[in-house]
Design a protein around this ligand. Structure first.
Ligand code: PEP
Length: 249
């Protein structure tokens, strides 16, 4: 299985900055044949990224979308709109959305369901806060987020799902978890998926996210419990992000 690398640009990179990024990033494309690489720009920048990447090995996805197909939801983007632009995946329940947009597990499970219903792959993001880890609640928190996140998936005959374990305290902070602890959490996520999903739990890729860089990425991806990474800050620099991917192939 190819290593999976997803770049989450968050609220960074304007259209012209994205064009400059892609010029440098795509200068040496051979590496992209040996990994599954997806860029997640902001909504307005997706068409620009899509136009440049169409026909290459690099994919693009959404950082978020609403669960309703259309309607009076000012400021929102629908799953249908992302699918129409050729997005292959959608981040669901990123901790920044849980915190700033007050997304609940119930909201996130509807987003996961609707991502699948629109033919894309949900990347269910789960992870504990610093305080929850300090109180040794991380296992309970993550199990619950996974359970609720996949709650509506049983109805789908074939499963398309990624889970990203992202300890909140490691996102954008430069702090990372011990790789052995990340792998132990990935195994816990796997066993939760086995309990919750009627079929397909063993084929769900589990990713790690949280201050991943070209220097530490290899320690998190063992190709067994963890098969890829979700990358924020290090995905904004085309050279660094290219180097990060090259470490895995
Ligand atoms: C993220 O945005 O999901 C993330 C992991 O960010 P960073 O790599 O900057 O910690």
């Amino acid at each position: 299985m190819k290593p999976i690398v997803i770049g989450n640009w968050k609220m960074h990179l304007t259209a012209s900055e994205a064009r400059a990024f892609l010029r440098d990033f795509m200068a040496h494309p051979a590496v992209f044949e040996r990994a599954e690489v997806t860029l997640c720009p902001t909504g307005p920048v997706i068409p620009i990224v899509a136009d440049t990447l169409r026909g290459t090995a690099v994919r693009w996805g959404g950082q978020n979308a609403h669960w309703e197909t259309q309607g009076a939801f000012t400021g929102e983007t629908s799953m249908a709109m992302l699918a129409d632009l050729g997005c292959t995946l959608v981040l669901c329940g990123h901790s920044e959305r849980r915190r700033f947009a007050h997304e609940t597990d119930a909201d996130i499970s509807r987003k996961v369901e609707q991502t699948v219903a629109h033919g894309m792959t949900p990347v269910l993001c789960v992870g504990e806060t610093y305080e929850q880890r300090r109180q040794q609640q991380q296992d309970i928190v993550v199990i619950e987020q996974v359970r609720k996140g996949v709650d509506l998936l049983a109805a789908f005959p074939s499963l398309s799902l990624y889970v990203a374990y992202e300890p909140v305290w490691a996102i954008g902070t430069g702090q990372t978890i011990e790789s052995a602890d990340a792998m132990a959490m990935a195994r816990l996520i796997r066993s939760t998926l086995r309990e919750e999903l009627p079929t397909g739990a063993d084929s769900v890729p589990i990713l790690y996210g949280g201050s991943v860089t070209p220097l530490n990425v290899a320690s998190f991806v063992d190709g067994d419990s963890i098969t890829g990474v979700l990358v924020g800050g290090s995905s904004l620099d085309p050279v660094a992000f290219h180097q990060l991917i090259a470490q895995l192939v």
